[in-house]
Design a protein around this ligand. Structure first.
Ligand SMILES: Nc1ncnc2c1ncn2[C@@H]1O[C@H](COP(=O)(O)OP(=O)(O)O)[C@@H](O)[C@H]1O
Ligand SMILES: [Mg+2]
Length: 261
């Protein structure tokens, strides 16, 4: 049984259709890449899986349990964690404190002193995995972009996820910074965490994902083997005739600029 099943999901905001009969599965420990033009509905789809947005139709099934009607907190309790396209740490808290917030949230099943000891251990472990222990006491507001991205991953990891949802975690990074994020995501996948990764930086994505799904105007236009999906005429067309090479380094949109600011 797949870890995640998304079946027939539909979603619209007024006249904008962000999902039209979207279906896909993710196996335990598998990495699925999610691509598509801006406005395709990728982030909204991640929201629907995480439970921060409710689908108009269709089902989200985790480990065989229908979680369609569960909220984000309940889904987090079942092992779903996500990072945001624009990192939003508590700027005045240190890196460690930010990660501890995530760990404490996930550690609610423990009580009293056990809870805090457990949370601290989880938080520190997440920092180690994300390679951020040296920045543990740095105020999060003063981090460079790469470290803000790593902190996003560490915060999600501190909840002990089985399914990690990543939204443009590589966006805005330089070519020399990319391998660090790529190897982090690969490490998590190899460690058994299932990953759904939205990313415009295709070569980073293709270094990690087992399968690729392309969304355009809310519709799945291709899914399967990553290289076959990239080469398919449908996918080439939505990228307006641009080649895979030219999508390597998309000009930064308003969001990327915002992230750098
Ligand atoms: N909360 C919202 N209210 C209204 N429209 C929204 C909302 N969230 C997203 N949209 C619209 O839905 C479409 C898909 O957005 P999004 O899922 O963010 O796409 P992507 O992540 O693929 O760029 C866009 O046209 C966006 O403006
Ligand atoms: Mg998005």
């Amino acid at each position: 049984m797949p870890l995640l099943q998304v079946a027939g999901v539909a979603k619209r905001f007024g006249r904008v259709v962000t999902a039209r009969d979207v279906s896909f599965d993710v196996a335990a420990g598998e990495a699925l890449g999610l691509v598509g033009p801006n406005g395709a509905g990728k982030t909204t789809l991640l929201d629907i899986v995480a439970g921060t947005q409710r689908a108009d139709a269709g089902r989200v099934v985790l480990d065989g349990h229908d979680v369609t009607r569960l909220g984000a907190a309940a889904r987090a309790g079942r092992g779903v964690a996500r990072s945001y396209q624009v990192p939003r740490p508590f700027a005045e808290l240190t890196v460690y404190e930010n990660v501890l917030v995530g760990a404490s949230f996930a550690g609610r099943k423990h009580t009293g002193r056990t809870a805090s000891r457990h949370s601290r251990a989880q938080a520190w472990h997440a920092l180690e995995v994300a390679g951020m222990t040296e920045a543990a006491n740095t105020p999060s507001g003063s981090l460079r972009l790469l470290d803000r991205k790593r902190l996003e991953v560490a915060r999600a990891l501190a909840t002990g996820p089985r399914l990690l949802l990543l939204d443009e975690i590589a966006g805005g990074l330089s070519e020399s910074e990319l391998p660090q994020i790529v190897s982090l995501v690969r490490h998590l996948r190899d460690d058994g965490v299932a990953v759904v990764w939205i990313e415009h930086v295709l070569h980073a994505l293709l270094d990690v994902v087992d399968r690729l799904l392309c969304l355009a105007a809310g519709e799945v236009i291709a899914q399967g083997d990553p290289h076959e999906v990239i080469r398919s005429p449908e996918v080439a067309e939505v990228y307006l005739g641009s080649t895979v090479e030219s999508t390597r380094d998309p000009s930064p949109g308003p969001t990327s600029e915002g992230e750098r600011a």
